[in-house]
Write a protein that binds this ligand. Structure first.
Ligand code: FAD
Ligand code: NA7
Length: 461
């Protein structure tokens, strides 16, 4: 096959792309020449935890935003690959909300079954891309970080799978420059231990604020104050966690809020989201969007409308993750193989607008789930990604939202049934709030945590 595909990023999206090609090859079909470039020294993207903050060992802006004690924030049954189930990987049922290491092991388990690693060049960062209109090819400049060497490659198709939860959105609030305690973005948060006994302020009211807030509570913070701009998260919080209106300014170590209240804090964590950032792409090829379910200019959420051999994976806000990336990768593969035809530019624009208008009409969490479910169904109708009952997954997501609303500290103890192979998840040996060890080894231990290891927080539970 006489074309060449370049993939930037070997996180779950980039790996899905490799897997999609590999499944085609397994059927005895020819595949194009593929090369994947990953700036970290291993695959897994966000799931490849690093203790570092700021820059990595070669001085590159650090990709990782994950932290110690991170447990899946949605049921694993909602992100399960349809061609590689959790029970196939672990050989037995496990609980519905595994910690990061266990999920990393699952992601790695699937990709290790293939020869995908040979396609990936690690410690290699995409530095710049030029597009040649005439030959319709991309010239990409890379830095081989480990060998301090710059080189270039030319591709017919370029897949951008670099994630979008890595570059902090960091707003300014008057007086923050004189705040005496620690100030950080969620991107640099590596664990709650340092906040034990402290009073902390979290700015923002979405997933990061919710999860960092409850993690700090679990690990012994004195108080958590969550400051929201548009809407509060609205959970039934334990006494130590409170939501307040938007922060207006600081005076010394005291923060003032729009509702007239104020409080002294030891530390501030900005949970204010991330920017879609592609420093290696010129203006004409760069996706420009906020975090939403249907970014503009992406036909089927994947194909860049201005240059249809540039494809983006995983750029949406995410309810669905791993199986959505798969559906996208299978679609992208079939499109590149010439099996999926696309309409002309105007028709594509109309289609994109229709999806965006539909997103604009969504109001509730359930609406968002239905929207993303419809999006994945649309992709799957066009590919041979192993079919699964998306309506059932949507129901699981809706139960998850309700579970969180009922009790933010116990929702991770719930168990669900796999949509892929009907296996029932096993209740975990220890309630999440009592489990202070998130290691793989501890996860697979048999007995419940000893009483003396319990912390006073458990009383609320
Ligand atoms: P990423 O995982 O971000 O991977 C992108 C890859 O591209 C990285 O390996 C990066 O090093 C590489 N890269 C970037 N720039 C370059 C470059 N210029 N050159 C070469 N390589 C480059 N999802 C869930 O399903 N469940 C959860 O519980 C969950 N928790 C999360 C918690 C946090 C704190 C965050 C930030 C995200 C969480 N997510 C969760 C969402 C998570 O982003 C997805 O699960 C998934 O990792 C996205 O995959 P991706 O491949 O699109 O992006
Ligand atoms: P999100 O989901 O993009 O949310 C960002 C939050 O930050 C949201 O509540 C925003 O409020 C708030 N925000 C943004 N800018 C500001 C300013 N200037 N002032 C106050 N509040 C602000 O990002 P998350 O980090 O929570 O989640 C991203 C992923 O990481 C997710 O997939 C998780 O799994 C982990 P708004 O509602 O827009 O007013």
């Amino acid at each position: 096959m006489s074309f060449k595909v370049g993939i930037i990023g070997a996180g779950p999206s980039g790996l899905a792309m490799l897997r999609a090609f590999e499944s085609e090859q397994k059927k005895g079909n020819e595949i194009p020449e593929i090369k994947c470039f990953e700036k970290q020294d291993n695959w897994g993207g966000m799931w490849n935890y690093t203790w570092r903050t700021g820059v990595g060992k070669y001085g590159e802006p650090l990709h990782g935003s994950m932290y110690r004690y991170l447990w899946s924030n949605g049921p694993k049954e909602c992100l399960e690959f349809s061609d590689y189930t959790f029970s196939e990987h672990f050989g037995k049922p496990i609980s519905s909300y595994p910690p990061r290491e266990v999920l990393f092991d699952y992601i790695e388990g699937r990709i290790k079954q293939s020869n995908a690693r040979k396609y990936i060049k690690f410690n290699t960062v995409a530095r710049w891309v030029d597009y040649d209109e005439e030959s319709k090819t991309f010239r990409v400049i890379f830095d081989d970080l480990a060998n301090n060497r710059t080189f270039e490659e030319v591709f017919d198709y370029l897949i951008v799978a670099t994630g979008h939860f890595s570059t902090p959105n960091m707003p300014y609030f008057k007086g923050i420059d004189k705040f005496p305690g620690a100030v950080m973005h969620a991107h640099d948060f590596r664990g709650a231990d340092q906040f034990s006994g402290k009073d902390i302020l979290l700015v923002g009211s979405s997933y990061s604020a919710e999860d960092i807030g409850v993690q700090c509570y679990k690990h012994g913070v004195n108080s958590v104050t969550i400051s929201y701009r548009s809407n509060p998260i609205g959970c039934k919080w334990p006494e130590e966690i409170k939501e307040v209106a938007l922060l207006t300014h600081f005076e010394g170590d005291t923060a003032y809020f729009k509702d007239g209240s104020s409080k002294r804090f030891d530390a501030v964590v900005f949970c204010t989201g991330y920017q879609h950032k592609f420093p290696f792409l010129p203006d004409s090829l760069r996706l420009k969007t906020k975090n939403c379910l249907y970014p503009d200019k992406l036909y089927k959420g994947i194909i860049f409308n201005e240059a249809t051999n540039l494809l983006y994976l995983g750029m949406q806000d995410q309810y669905y993750t791993f199986n959505m990336f798969d559906a996208q990768a299978w679609f992208a593969r079939d499109y590149m193989l010439g099996r999926v035809a696309i309409p002309d530019k105007l028709e594509r624009e109309k289609d994109i607008k229709e999806w965006m208008d539909n997103e604009a009409r969504t109001v509730s969490g359930d609406d968002h789930i239905d929207f993303q479910t419809a999006y994945i169904k649309d992709l799957m109708n066009n590919t041979d990604y192993p079919d699964f009952n998306l309506d059932k997954v949507a129901d699981l997501f809706k139960s998850w939202l309700k579970d969180k609303e009922d009790n933010i500290l116990t929702y991770r103890d719930k168990v669900y049934q796999s949509v892929m192979d009907d296996v029932h998840a096993e209740k975990h040996h220890t309630p999440w709030i009592k489990e202070l060890d998130d290691s793989y080894e501890r996860f697979f231990e048999e007995e419940e945590v000893a009483d003396e290891a319990e912390i006073s927080r458990v009383n609320y539970y």
